[in-house]
Ligand binder design. Structure first.
Ligand code: MN
Length: 362
């Protein structure tokens, strides 16, 4: 992880703006810029002030030792503050006499108010400066994501041998998650979705205590996390025998997954990639049952750039890691989603998810 190069890239962005400093408050962005391998919890546990010649991480005593150690020999330093990190940063900034301070638009209104009252600087909103750097993965990041994807594949293989009539959705989720954690996952990338029978028609169903019945569709959306990096995959299987209607919908979603991965090429706007998969579902009258976007970037966060949806016109770059997750959801009856993780390379994409995509009847 090359924190110096990341900070240098961010400073080029800064140099093109009117601002003299950027206050990075999104914790994943702080982790990225510093290459910090420990854990800063969400919310206001760490923030980073990046100026033209300095990068200073503000954190509290809970993270002081780990951050201090990680900063040795790097281009960033640690300032531990017992009080508000934002107020402490403002004191330093006032001392340095900076006139224009850039901030990230994800900053809360309450924290923005602290900056505007105490920084003495004019505040400049920035959109996704660090997020755009994070979009293109380095080799070391790809290695971690590939490792997380491989472990997620193993968890799917494992669950196929465990699934049984009468298990509850939450028992399936616990089994998936405990397998991943026992085998090297740091927690999980996100809370798993396990949706059985009619619950599977809700793309982001919450896990319930419903027991799996014969003939149910069962959608499992889950991911491991390794070295801070996420994986994300979904498979829908059938408990018992699939109906002809289910088979038809399943094959249509599987075809859309293939079309989507074939369309996933560098330089193509997200909307066009999304449309390719959507058209293939439209052709069999299932387009109206596919409400969400085709995919999203994955990295330190499970949802990051690029976004591949009907609204996103930015082209996807080489080195981005993206999901391809077409689905069809028949309200109150069943749903199907097949989600793979891919990395964009010259001339196309390489699929990181290795799990089978044919219809599995358990
Ligand atoms: Mn996803």
């Amino acid at each position: 992880m090359n924190a110096d190069a990341r900070l240098a890239a961010l400073r080029r962005r800064l140099a093109d703006s009117e601002a003299e400093a950027l206050f990075v408050t999104c914790v994943s962005n702080v982790v990225y810029l510093t290459g910090f391998d420990g854990v800063f919890d969400a919310d206001a546990s760490a923030a980073c002030l990046v100026t033209r010649d300095e990068a200073r991480v503000y954190t509290d005593s809970r993270y002081a030792e780990a951050a201090g150690l990680a900063s040795q020999g790097t281009a960033w330093s640690v300032t531990v503050s017992a009080n508000s990190l934002d107020a402490r940063m403002c004191e330093d900034l006032t001392g340095a006499g900076a006139r224009v301070l850039a901030f990230e638009t994800s900053l809360t209104y309450a924290r923005h108010r602290v900056l505007s009252e105490h920084s003495g600087a004019r505040l400049l909103a920035t959109e996704q400066w660090v997020e755009e750097l994070r979009e293109v993965k380095e080799a070391a990041e790809l290695e971690r994501i590939s490792g997380a994807a491989a472990l997620t594949d193993r968890a799917f293989e494992h669950i196929l041998g465990v699934l049984a009539l009468g298990m509850t959705e939450s028992e399936v989720a616990v089994e998936l998650e405990s397998f991943m954690r026992r085998n090297g996952s740091e927690g999980v990338a996100f809370p798993s979705i396990v949706a059985s029978g009619p619950n599977s028609s809700r793309p982001h169903a919450s896990v319930t205590d419903r027991r799996i019945e014969r003939g149910d569709a069962l959608t499992m959306d889950f991911g491991a996390r390794i070295g801070g990096y996420c994986a994300d995959m979904t498979r829908t299987v059938v408990i018992g025998k699939a109906t002809e209607e289910f088979q038809r919908v399943y094959e249509a979603v599987r075809a859309a997954n293939i079309v989507g991965r074939e369309a996933m090429r560098a330089g193509v706007p997200g909307v066009d990639i999304d449309r390719a998969a959507r058209d293939s579902l439209d052709a069999v009258a299932l387009g109206e049952h596919f409400g969400h976007g085709l995919g999203h970037g994955v990295g330190l966060d499970v949802h990051e750039l690029p976004v591949v949806s009907p609204r996103d016109t930015r082209p996807v770059p080489v080195g981005a890691v993206v999901t391809v997750e077409p689905g069809a959801y028949l309200e109150g009856r069943f749903g199907v989603r097949i989600e793979d993780l891919v990395v964009i390379e010259d001339g196309g994409c390489r699929t990181l998810t290795a799990s089978r995509r044919d219809l599995i009847e358990v």
